[in-house]
Design a protein around this ligand. Structure first.
Ligand SMILES: [Fe+2]
Length: 378
């Protein structure tokens, strides 16, 4: 079970090696290994598989398509764990979006520690035998720099966080070539997730000056380069957006995020993707939070330090980036289920308990979340 850090600040000096820039994947060549397993999502091309095989110094390599849909459950992870156990790798490479990387973290955990219990916090120090490489194929989740693995709890119909600092991968590869052909609406919506990590992390109850600059830099880059997604994408610009996403993830990992995530996580039971759910709630949550004078002052500071004239200009940018992609399906799901959700106490109770939302700068109550929900679904 997730355990709060307590309301103090922490800066982790254990950082992964980050390979970025053209042909970043080829940097894997410098890491000696014998047996490599690649766990990947559904869209990894044969050409890229070949590139990874060339980049690895392993004498044996296998590719395993993930066996889970959306957030993994213990059950859906099992077939992949069995394949990994049979192969016995010393290098595990996860190539995919947030759920692939998160699932692969748990596959590694069960491969090395078969008796690992997600509800048992005493396993927080895991001394790995394998090396773990995360290669994100989306911009935004921050899973590549996160000490959390998001699982889906079938019984409670909600997301659960398994946390260990040891989940942070040893190597991260930011290869723009992998992202260049991704659907534009997915890239744009996942950038809203990155933006939310920077904003919610910055405004979080856990105030951490050491990571503030990462939040400011993330927003600076996102606001300067997000348009390249809708234009002719250049790989060097895409790589900058990947770094912005990583910075946002780093902020999220140090300062727990807030009400946007608490509510968004509950929407996965309605089939709304994480980034779309974030887009549904982020502007309303910011507006609600900055009704508090202290939070408003902090938001104004973030806006100015990120290159905006003031908080209003940053809010306009948040609205603008959300309007660059089609959110109509997610909005429809929200509207169609509005009445049902408003009478569903469990929805708001789960949101209040959500481990990902505990950093909200204004104390969350059911009324507070209901008010946000009503505005966002109006
Ligand atoms: Fe997120």
């Amino acid at each position: 079970m997730w355990e709060p850090q307590g309301m103090y600040s922490k800066f982790l000096l254990r950082q992964p090696t980050i390979l970025f820039g053209p042909h970043a994947i080829m940097g894997l060549k410098t890491y000696a290994c014998s047996r490599a397993v690649v766990i990947h999502g559904s869209s990894l091309s044969d050409a890229y598989k070949q590139k990874v095989a060339q980049a690895c110094s392993a004498f044996a390599i296998i590719f395993i398509a993930k066996t889970w849909e959306g957030e993994p459950t213990l059950e859906t992870l099992n077939p992949t764990v069995a394949k990994v156990e049979a192969f016995n790798p010393d290098l595990i490479i996860a190539i995919g979006g947030g759920s692939v990387i998160d699932g692969a973290k748990m596959v590694r955990t069960y491969f090395e520690f078969p008796f690992f219990d997600v509800h048992e916090t005493s396993f927080s120090m895991l001394n790995w035998k394998t090396t773990f490489v995360a290669v994100p194929t989306t911009i935004g989740s921050g899973a590549e720099i996160s000490s959390a693995s998001v699982m889906y709890n079938e019984t409670l119909k909600t997301k659960e966080f398994v946390v260990s600092q040891q989940f942070i991968p040893e190597i991260i590869v930011l290869d723009a070539a992998l992202i260049q052909d991704a659907p534009k609406h997915i890239l744009l919506s996942s950038m809203v997730d990155a933006l939310s990590h920077a904003i919610e992390g910055y405004l979080s109850l856990i105030d951490n000056m050491l990571v503030d600059s990462y939040a400011e830099k993330a927003i600076q880059i996102l606001s300067k380069y997000y348009q390249v997604i809708t234009e002719d994408i250049q790989q060097d610009q895409l790589n900058k957006l990947q770094l912005a996403s990583l910075f946002g993830g780093l902020v999220q990992n140090h300062c727990i995020v807030g009400a946007t995530h608490a509510l968004a996580h509950q929407m996965s039971a309605y089939g709304v993707s994480h980034s779309n759910a974030i887009a549904l709630f982020l502007p309303t949550v910011i507006r609600k939070n900055i009704e508090d004078a202290n939070v408003k002052a902090r938001f104004e500071q973030l806006a100015v330090h990120s290159g905006f004239k003031n908080g209003d200009a940053l809010l306009t940018f948040v609205d603008l980036i959300i309007n660059t992609f089609d959110l109509s399906k997610a909005r429809l799901v929200l509207k169609e289920n509005k009445a049902r959700i408003l009478t569903d106490d469990a929805f708001f109770e789960n949101a209040l308990r959500d481990k990902g939302g505990q950093g909200n700068p204004v104390r969350m109550t059911k009324d507070f979340l209901v008010a946000i929900f009503k505005t966002a679904s109006a």
